[in-house]
Ligand binder design. Structure first.
Ligand SMILES: *Cc1c(COP(=O)(O)O)cnc(C)c1O
Length: 441
């Protein structure tokens, strides 16, 4: 058990009169005493807002509610809160009420790609399963801000069964991502039930869980939770650290518990103006993550959800950050920078350009130092015509159990086994003209 700082003891004492040993590390106590009003926040931190500022904050909270665990609150640097990354992620800003026409309530079209309750099926072989509508803390930059402040609820078994039925009936699904809300706000038993049900489905090869509890409520990662999780391997967890300051003794202990249970850990960071839009901060973050056996997985461009405009950076900031990482540090520490396409196109990776030019036998590349180099391509290469008749192929590698899937998208255009030569957007003026001409003829 980790030692409490004096700040933490003081906050605990203010919340419950006397500080009872062990209560701070009790995740249910933390959740029960989440700070949900500006007044409580002021009382516990000693930060005071001017009258007009408070009025604006109250108005913001009436649109987008507030909830901060005492633990996460204790990380705020009260001497400089307005520049503090923890404060900025947890505490409302009147800037959230500035909305733009190009912003959307559901920019990722998660509700449209939902074939069953709480399921988003976007990619061919994997689904998001939103099994919780409860979060330990309400992140101000939440992409599902539309839902924050809906009544916190956990879908009942009958509802979860509908999602399970969809997964059971859809054999392409080999990867199920449990998300929310935060799946770890479920009780151990309920989570155990869902994981057990998923494990009964033969085509579900892996299960992933996305959770921010190691960051905002590390005490949730109890021995008994980990005992449940380790029964359902192969299980992967992605967490959500945005700033090196979030990596504390308690969060390190939580990560170590998960890693010791054999769970591969990844991290998804959101690029946030005023929080982590700095190559030095990001470098520090990714290094601390790998030290704690967490692989930086994605760096997200901030979504076009309503109320997030003050958090957004130009895409160039993300590219600059990735430029400062690739080559400069371990490849293991470099996340993939992605833009989640508005309208439901999914995650699109973006990178600095390393391929500078190309001829029929040579590529020109540049490295992270700016050295321009050539790679000589083979003078002769017999293209392998692939019509997916693997039995006739000299590359036969006994692919008996390799799954056969039809190529889609750009991979389909590259495939020799497919007739398709173009992918045409649905509403293209040129094509509409063709249709009109056809009708005219
Ligand atoms: C992010 C996401 C996934 C998982 O994407 P990976 O690139 O496999 O991590 C799956 N479904 C939806 C809807 C997503 O947004």
């Amino acid at each position: 058990m980790t030692m409490l700082s004096n700040r933490q003891k003081e906050i605990a004492r203010q919340i419950s009169g006397a500080h009872v040993a062990g209560q701070w590390q009790d995740w249910r106590w933390q959740h029960r005493h989440a700070v949900r009003s500006i007044a409580d926040f002021e009382k516990l931190t000693g930060i005071e807002f001017a009258c007009d500022e408070r009025a604006q904050l109250e108005q913001t909270v009436s649109h987008f509610p507030l909830s901060i665990t005492p633990y996460y609150l204790s990380l705020i640097d009260t001497s400089d809160c307005h520049n503090d990354p923890v404060f900025r992620q947890a505490f409302p800003s009147p800037a959230e009420l500035v909305m733009h026409a190009y912003e959307m309530t559901d920019p990722l079209a998660e509700e449209e790609d939902s074939p069953a309750p709480h399921i988003t099926h976007r990619y061919p072989d994997r689904v998001l399963f939103h099994i919780s509508n409860v979060c330990a803390m309400y992140c101000r930059h939440c992409t599902r801000k539309r839902k924050v402040g809906d009544v916190d609820f956990i879908p009942d078994k009958a509802t979860i069964q509908q999602g399970l039925a969809y997964i059971r009936a859809t054999p392409q699904i080999r990867d199920v991502l449990l998300s929310g809300g935060d799946p770890f706000m479920l009780s151990d038993d309920y989570l155990d039930w869902i994981l057990t049900e998923l494990r009964y489905i033969p085509h579900v090869e892996i299960i992933r869980i996305g959770t921010r509890t190691p960051v905002v409520l590390p005490y949730r990662i109890t021995e008994s939770l980990v005992e449940v999780l380790r029964r359902h391997h192969p299980l992967w967890i992605n967490t959500h650290f945005n700033h090196p300051r979030e990596i504390t003794t308690s969060s390190r202990a939580a990560l170590a518990r998960l890693a010791d249970a054999g769970i591969p850990l990844g991290n998804q960071t959101v690029l946030l103006a005023g929080v982590n839009d700095c190559p030095r901060i990001m470098r520090r973050l990714v290094h601390k993550l790998v030290q704690n056996r967490v692989r930086p997985y994605y760096l997200y461009q901030c979504d076009l959800s309503k109320g997030l405009s003050h958090f957004r950076t130009p895409v160039g900031k993300g590219i600059e950050i990735v430029e400062s990482l690739i080559g400069h540090t371990s490849g293991l520490a470099v996340p993939t920078y992605v833009i989640d396409a508005p309208g439901g196109g999914g995650k699109i990776p973006v990178m600095p350009n390393y391929l500078i030019s190309w001829s029929t036998n040579k590529v020109i590349l540049r490295n992270y130092e700016g050295v321009i180099t050539t790679y000589k391509e083979p003078d002769s290469y017999e293209p392998i015509f692939c019509d997916r008749k693997c039995d006739d192929c000299t590359l036969q590698l006994k692919l008996d159990d390799a799954d056969e899937c039809r190529a889609t998208g750009i991979a389909q255009l590259l495939s020799d086994a497919d007739e398709r030569i173009t992918l045409v957007p649905e509403s293209l003026e040129r094509m509409e003209r063709r249709d009109e001409e056809m009708q005219g003829a």
